[in-house]
Design a binder for this molecule. Structure first.
Ligand SMILES: Nc1ncnc2c1ncn2[C@@H]1O[C@H](COP(=O)(O)OP(=O)(O)OP(=O)(O)O)[C@@H](O)[C@H]1O
Length: 282
């Protein structure tokens, strides 16, 4: 019997009927569904605050959602099956290496480590893959992590996140500090990983340069609602527009207009607000 072609058949990511809220009264996701096949490179787009980071963190198993079948990555529960992350099958690259220190906000990590110390400190790594990544990201192993630039620190962070041959990779705007050469080389590396190993990538970004030919799928969310999830070559708007940037720009502009039109007065629930009931006590 012919071997099953993982990249063509299997679902790598399945979200069904997900609900999630930071604040009980105001859920971000309500009955949210998403399906992505193995081998896909999906762009996750949406306005600021639409829920991209939250979704990626949920997929990465960082936020608990109820029910083991609701958020499945590689047919396992993203939150409950910790082996997914420990094995390196599921990798999340987001935020930056910093810590939040009270009123000082986010400050870069202060430890004096070399890039070599960090990268070679990870055990069980294929030396060829490690060399390839160091070369690709043009990392100087002598860099001291507390003295490098944001982009240099980011390169080491990305390298660390890619050392294990992931099956599912979640990227949250990590290429933003990279120069154009590093960004294009990295995107090419990601494409190879998907085509050669059937890996799946979800990439949330606001920078669309060069992504028309890179992505295979696109998911667009607005206020936590999935507005569109499709193969890139099946999206009608892309056939009539010069590029992805203008399509996404048009979507976001129209949603801003609709929001302005439909904006209702906020419901104030303060206990100090006067109400009809209170009138009885006056
Ligand atoms: N830790 C948190 N506690 C409470 N609310 C949060 C928290 N993190 C995010 N939110 C809210 O959830 C919503 C979605 O935020 P999220 O960071 O997922 O958006 P995003 O699409 O990634 O935005 P951006 O493009 O600006 O990165 C926002 O309204 C935000 O205020």
């Amino acid at each position: 019997m012919a071997e099953k072609n993982a990249s063509a058949v299997d679902g790598a990511i399945r979200v069904s009927g997900m609900q999630f809220s930071y604040d009980v009264q105001d859920p971000i996701f309500f009955d949210f569904n998403l399906d992505l096949p193995a081998g896909s490179r999906c762009l996750l787009v949406g306005a600021n605050g639409s829920g991209k980071t939250t979704l990626l963190k949920i997929l990465a198993g960082k936020h608990m959602v109820g029910g083991k079948n609701v958020v499945q990555v590689l047919d396992r529960s993203a939150f409950h099956d910790t082996e997914l992350v420990c094995s390196g099958d599921l990798s999340y690259l987001g935020g930056s290496w910093s810590k939040t220190a009270g009123s000082a906000g986010d400050i870069p990590l202060q430890g004096d480590f070399s890039a070599e110390h960090m990268i070679f400190g990870v055990e069980g790594i294929d030396p060829f893959r490690r060399e390839k990544l160091i070369d690709l990201l043009d990392i100087n192993l002598q860099w001291r992590m507390h003295k490098v630039s944001d982009g240099q620190r980011r390169r080491v962070q990305i390298c660390m996140g890619l050392l294990h041959p992931f099956k599912v990779l979640l990227l949250d705007e990590v290429t933003v500090d990279l120069d154009v050469v590093a960004r294009m080389d990295l995107l090419e590396f990601f494409k190879e990983e998907c085509e050669q190993r059937g890996a799946t990538i979800v990439y949330a970004t606001h920078i669309f340069d060069g992504l028309e030919t890179w992505a295979s799928h696109l998911a667009y969310i607005n206020g936590g609602e999935l507005k569109l999830s499709a193969k890139l070559d099946e999206i009608k708007d892309l056939k009539t527009s010069p590029n992805l940037l203008s399509v996404v720009e048009a979507w976001l502009r129209s949603e801003t207009k609709v929001e302005k039109k439909t904006k209702k007065k906020p419901v104030v629930t303060s206990p100090f607000m006067s109400s009809r009931q209170m009138a009885y006590y006056r």
